[in-house]
Design a protein around this ligand. Sequence first.
Ligand SMILES: *Cc1c(COP(=O)(O)O)cnc(C)c1O
Length: 347
Amino acid sequence: MRTIEQLTRPNIRGLKPYSSARDEYKGREASVFLDANENPYSPSYNRYPDPLQHRLKERLSRMKGVDPGQLFLGNGSDEAIDLLFRAFCQPAVDNVVAIDPTYGMYQVCADINDVAYRKVLLDADFQFRADDLLAAADEHTKLIFLCSPNNPTGNDLRREEIDRLLDKFDGLVVLDEAYIDFSGQPSYTGQLRQYPNLVVLQTFSKAWGSAAIRLGMAFASPEIIAVFNKIKYPYNINQLTQEQALRLLDEPEKIQNWVSVLNKERGQLMERFAALPFTERVFPSDANFFLVRVSDAGAIYNYLVGQGIIVRNRHSVSLCGNCLRITIGTSEENNILLETLKRFTMY
Ligand SMILES: *Cc1c(COP(=O)(O)O)cnc(C)c1O
């Protein structure tokens, strides 16, 4: 593997990061803070939040079985994705490789940062071969993006191929686990020590039911995390978000319960979808959504919009012709969807 120093953009390697007032103060406990130009009134939101979110990281890392130094928190996983490009990819020189189809933000961030985005098509089972991704890479490839369970296909990627890629690729492998809580597979956070080139992404937006607080996690070696911390906005996680996340961590059983309810609903909804006359194929899912191929995705999508129901039309995505992506909702929402679709058959 190339070292993290070799992978890092030269300007980032040499960067002197912004030093905030609170960063500089590293002395004893203090009670009078006149260093950051805040208004002393209106507690408890008048003070800048902890730039490195120590309390939250302490709690989270214990739950996830990693060291706090292996954890970065971002304004959604999207921040971590963007930081990966800004830290490691030289615009107009470097490139990244990704499976196709997958989550759209990788390409958007690549385009914003003027980094070539090389797509490698999945096979008919929505699986990849490590050797195909490696064949698409060259000495300017800094990152390879995987997503498991994958979006929009919903399936877990094969671990043998993920392991092989981690063994063979000399840059960073980014494994997006936004939907890992719904999967029967364990997280790759357990493999961080084994693979110094692994970056695992997770989020509070899906199983944790907290898309609105914008909190994403990146797990990686302390060396990679240090690069993120060097270039992130100083106060990227606001106080309200840190507090709400700590509250959520007090009731992990609630999240576990949501996950088992949603997984059960998924099974039922997929079965009922399979019985609809226009359904051609319901693809297996390890996430809180599934992909379904229908006779005419555009017509069904438009019909549902007219009925006030929004699903995702993935017709224009590679390998997803005439496919809709259906998020698992509450039992009531799923019933409304099914009943509405049964009426479509009468058109
Ligand atoms: C929804 C989703 C995310 C979540 O992004 P946030 O910025 O954390 O809300 C990340 N990756 C994938 C593949 C997703 O589908």
